[in-house]
Write a protein that binds this ligand. Structure first.
Ligand SMILES: [Mn+2]
Length: 350
């Protein structure tokens, strides 16, 4: 197992030098932030980021993520050109030895929350979600500059895509994902890259848009599309933790044993009601995800992929990118390290 930390490049207010001070973090999860969606990621730009990461003694472990253009998800006629570009980006990263690519197939919106800074009595805050608040959102008036809120689109483009998806149901989206995977997975295999799809977050339909990577049945279907370790999953305990019907530990064991989980996002969520939750402190007792059992299962199956703390709270007065402060994510790492040492030593002595 390798512990990694997400870094948003030079514009990240948390420098690599700070990340280095967190015990046991040896990998960096990053991306290019200046390439338009659909364009090829040039090798020289990836090299540039890789050099900065390696200069601080880290490995560039995971690219998260190369966005999939909406026209691929919609199955539009220009998708072949866009998929060819995606394949070339995979070749470029693979040739540089970067072996894991996290991506998602969520229409229009990436992760969605209804409050980016829900306040708690102890002075901290975190991201939260209340499904009943979605209907209050009017796309004609909303500010589009919040993370997770289709920042790349103008209001006109957003309207265009929301309309375009009215003709795409879950089954069509599945077929478009299959079409995409049949072209990219052979390239990923050839270049030693493991594709790892991130679950939809939250794992249900929002704004009437199709959403497919939501539960165990979906993961069954995904892995069957192409039987290859290059066709894998980013197991996000927080995203799947929002699905109260899912037995996370069972599902991690199942797909981990099949060698389909190269990458894990490690965080906890706490429900207030169904489809209403907040991102909690990492330890098991503060949320609905049994983090202890997750780690125990990973050790038991010999997990040898990459794991990173996912979103954290904002604590100690820190401000910045919601979910991506330094302090609470560092606490998340230490919790993971503690669990790992305790459980693995117990296994050894039995
Ligand atoms: Mn995640």
């Amino acid at each position: 197992m390798e512990i990694a930390f997400r870094w948003y490049g030079d514009k990240d207010r948390i420098p690599l030098k700070y990340i280095r001070q967190i015990p046991k973090v040896t990998g960096i999860v990053s991306a290019l932030y200046d390439v338009a969606v659909g364009e090829i990621w040039p090798k020289d730009k990836i090299i540039n980021v890789k050099r900065k990461i390696e200069a601080e003694g880290f490995k560039f472990s995971v690219i998260e993520s190369i966005p999939v253009h909406e026209d691929i998800k919609l199955g539009n006629p220009n998708r072949d050109i866009l998929i060819d570009n995606y394949c070339q980006s995979i070749r470029n990263m693979g040739a540089l030895g970067i072996q894991i690519l996290c991506y998602n197939f969520m229409p229009v919106f990436d992760w969605v929350r209804t409050d980016l800074a829900k306040k708690y009595p102890n002075g901290s805050n975190s991201l939260s979600y209340d499904n009943s608040k979605l209907k209050e959102i009017d796309f004609k008036t909303i500010s589009l500059d919040l993370p997770g809120w289709a920042t790349n689109y103008t209001k006109e483009e957003l309207q265009y895509y929301l309309n375009a998806y009215s003709k795409v149901d879950n089954e069509i989206l599945w077929l478009n994902l299959e079409y995409f995977l049949r072209k990219v997975i052979p390239v990923a295999e050839e270049y030693g890259v493991k594709m790892a799809i991130h679950p939809d977050d939250p794992p249900w339909s929002i704004f009437g848009l199709p959403r497919i990577i939501t539960d165990e049945v979906a993961l069954d279907r995904l892995v069957r599309i192409i039987d290859s370790p290059s066709n894998g999953i980013t197991f996000c305990t927080g995203s799947f933790g929002a699905n109260l019907k899912m037995d996370l530990v069972k599902v991690i064991r199942k797909f981990g044993m099949l060698d389909r989980i190269p990458f894990i996002h490690f965080r906890n969520v706490k429900h207030i009601a169904e489809k209403q939750f907040y991102e909690s402190k990492h330890p098991t007792e503060f949320g609905d995800v049994n983090m202890y059992e997750v780690v125990k299962t990973l050790i038991d199956i010999g997990f040898d992929g990459v794991i990173r703390p996912d979103h954290g709270r904002m604590i100690w007065g820190e401000t910045g990118r919601p979910g991506y402060g330094l302090y609470d994510r560092a606490l998340g790492v230490m919790y993971l390290v503690g669990l790992w040492e305790g459980i693995s030593k117990t296994f050894q002595s039995n």
